[in-house]
Design a protein around this ligand. Sequence first.
Ligand code: SF4
Ligand code: SF4
Length: 355
Amino acid sequence: MKSTDSATGHCTYCPRLCRHACPVETASGREALTPKAKMQTAGELSGKNVALDREDVEVLWGCSHCGACEDECLHHNPVGQTLYAARAHVADLGLTPEPMHAAAKRFSAFGNALGVSLAEAQLAIHDDTRAFAGAPALILGCHALGDPSGLAALAYDLARRIRPDVWLPLYRDPNGARAICCGRTLNEAGYRTTLEKHRAKMNDALAHSTEWWILETTCFEDFVAMADAHPNKPRVRTFAEALAASDLKPKRRLSSITLHLGCGVRRHAKGEEALVALAQRASDDVRIPPADMPFSGCCGGRGGIQEVMPKVAREMGEGRRQELEEFKSEEAVHFSTCCGSQLEKTAVHLLSLFA
Ligand code: SF4
Ligand code: SF4
């Protein structure tokens, strides 16, 4: 924890400049969930004389690593990164919150946190998993594969129209074929050793690949971390970027669109540009909620908030839905199944406009 001590130290003596930026604190109204208070808990974990129990450390899961507080902070203090590192320390102490521990156990058994086998869902879309030299690998991700709306099949169909040689990778473990997963749940749980082993296994399965298209924007940075350790240093793009670079057009034109840019996208400006370009293909009137709205930072779909603090996650989803509805457009769209789980009935996946 030494490397995070200066970050937690900044917060200790700060007048909480970032206080109102945190969507988790806004939704909960709890002092213990301000960035400063969470950082103090992280700092106490590395102290020798403070004994913390399971309830004390739970606040560390009140963070989606959305970066909203970091944007407000004069030090650009790496709050999300520090709180995630503290979760790893909690895991070492055996104090991980039970819902997160259970999610990690499902992950070990099924290769994803949903607790179902998703390889069959992928093989039903296309059963040839051979890699073609130089062809991009389309990585559908657990949430899209588990989504009953047919999102994963639609993404594959669109990807084939951009690059007919695109392939769908799978990997094998002793229990059989598995869909590729970035291991975000293990990261959120703080199980870093297991995460590193998982990522190495994924990189083995993608050994010959040189380009990855990532459908789930929420997982993008996890795949970037995985690619950093890959011997080929593959080019990693969001599927939105690949689609925006093609000339495919949506099938539906709308009078106006409100575009929800999740926190995963906001941290990757390039991804943001692609999403705006895609939305503009569907409408001349694209409305983007400003970044300083209370729930622009995060709608609560990632970080383990849904698992550990379901009531807070519900409040965050409700807050974001109300914000999107203020724009009164014909349709609100998002590009993440994690955001979609929070924005149900208010926003649809942008890809559905191409169906
Ligand atoms: S993250 Fe920055 S602004 Fe927020 S409490 Fe810490 S030092 Fe202060
Ligand atoms: S949820 Fe976002 S704003 Fe709140 S502490 Fe985490 S990174 Fe900061």
